[in-house]
Design a protein around this ligand. Structure first.
Ligand SMILES: NC(=O)c1ccc[n+]([C@@H]2O[C@H](COP(=O)([O-])OP(=O)(O)OC[C@H]3O[C@@H](n4cnc5c(N)ncnc54)[C@H](O)[C@@H]3O)[C@@H](O)[C@H]2O)c1
Length: 346
């Protein structure tokens, strides 16, 4: 039996997502996703917001990240399993869905492992464009795993970075990242210590994976005027920065209710002041004040960023063959005769 049009949901496979990225161009697509995130953050009040829903285990975490703007509903399924790479698996995998609020029918199903790397890099560089010193040219990239190249290229495209200084506890990861960035237009320096990596950097990105309160940066490593883009601390008990750095920084967050549970600020008092990024983007709050201020983006990843990325993909695949129609929704001739549909299929 052939499914009707109503049964079909556009599905973007990993293969098609990669074709889409190459068709648009990686840096251009990151920049365009960032523009979508910015415009959605500027209409913050139109979204339903809730901290994501985690299922923790000793092995890692599985999370659902829902939101809606009243017209579309979206969610992402994502995991975080730092031990996975030692077993030949990725730390982070994801897929996501958009649905029409009026009918409740799904309108897009897509891989989001690639898309998460793009949207995380897009968010980081977007925030960097508000907070990093305008003269930034050099970024330290600590943690050279799956997200790292995307982060470097996003900061090149959107914040004028022309050199990256790479460090990872596993030098093979640093060599992989350096090889991947070889023809990117970035000057790439391989570093043997985190201290070496941050030398002369105006932006410090930490993007490591370890299920513990790690100290990737200590207080004495962070001088005045830098912007810290802290990506890897995104779960209770999983952070990257020494507490004293937080006390010297002005801290910017996506959604405080979620970041206080998952971000670097879980080490601080519940009422420690933070600035919400949507308020910086709408001009209601100040971003960088002066050249000596340390700005910290305590990134955990919020559902609206995924919603923006899903909407971006939905519009980018229109009129293309970068998706396949998936027979996903039962569509009986009589909507109340689901049973009859099943029996006629025998
Ligand atoms: N904030 C967000 O929106 C967001 C989005 C995606 C991923 N993440 C987080 O970012 C982190 C990195 O993700 P990934 O997919 O690149 O993971 P990955 O496992 O591919 O890479 C992590 C790298 O960190 C290195 N590392 C671990 N401890 C280190 C240390 N002490 N110093 C230096 N390097 C160290 C590892 O060797 C590895 O190469 C994860 O913690 C993930 O949960 C956050």
């Amino acid at each position: 039996m052939q499914p009707s049009d109503k049964a079909l949901v556009p599905f973007v496979s990993v293969d098609n997502m990669m074709r889409l990225v190459h068709h648009i161009g990686l840096e251009k697509m990151i920049t365009q996703i960032a523009a979508q995130i910015e415009s959605d953050f500027k209409r913050w009040e139109s979204f339903d917001k809730t901290p994501r829903i985690p299922a923790h285990s000793p092995h890692g975490v599985i999370e659902l990240m829902p939101t809606s703007d009243g017209e579309a509903y979206g969610f992402k399924y994502v995991n975080g399993h730092p031990k996975n790479t030692s077993e030949g698996l990725q730390t982070v995998t994801a897929f996501g869905l958009l649905a029409d609020v009026y009918t409740g029918y799904p309108t897009l199903l897509t891989e989001m492992t690639m898309l998460t790397a793009l949207r995380t890099a897009a968010t980081s560089a977007l925030v960097g464009s508000y907070l990093a010193p305008k003269s930034s040219r050099v970024m330290a990239m600590i943690g050279n795993g799956a997200q790292s190249e995307f982060q470097c290229l996003a900061f090149k495209a959107m914040c004028g970075i022309d050199a990256v200084r790479l460090y990872d506890t596993d030098h093979a990861a640093t060599e992989k990242c350096a090889a991947n960035l070889k023809n990117s237009g970035l000057t790439v320096v391989l570093c043997k210590t985190p201290e070496d990596a941050i030398e002369g950097a105006q932006i410090i990105t930490t993007c490591t994976a370890d299920k513990k309160n790690a100290t990737i940066l200590t207080d004495n490593m962070v001088g005045p005027g830098v912007h810290i883009n802290a990506i890897g601390g995104d779960c209770p008990g999983k952070t990257e920065l020494h507490r004293d750095i937080l006390l010297r920084s002005d801290i910017f967050v996506e959604y405080p209710e979620q970041t206080r549970i998952e971000g670097e600020i879980q080490a601080l008092a519940e009422d420690h002041p933070v600035t919400e990024l949507w308020q910086v983007m709408t001009g209601q709050a100040k971003g960088r004040r002066d050249d000596r201020q340390i700005t910290l983006f305590d990134s955990v990843g919020f559902a609206i960023e995924d919603f923006s990325a899903l909407c971006y993909v939905q519009s980018a695949i229109k009129g293309t063959d970068f998706f396949e129609p998936l027979d996903m929704l039962a569509d009986p001739d009589d909507p109340r005769d689901l049973y009859g549909m099943l029996m006629r299929a025998s």
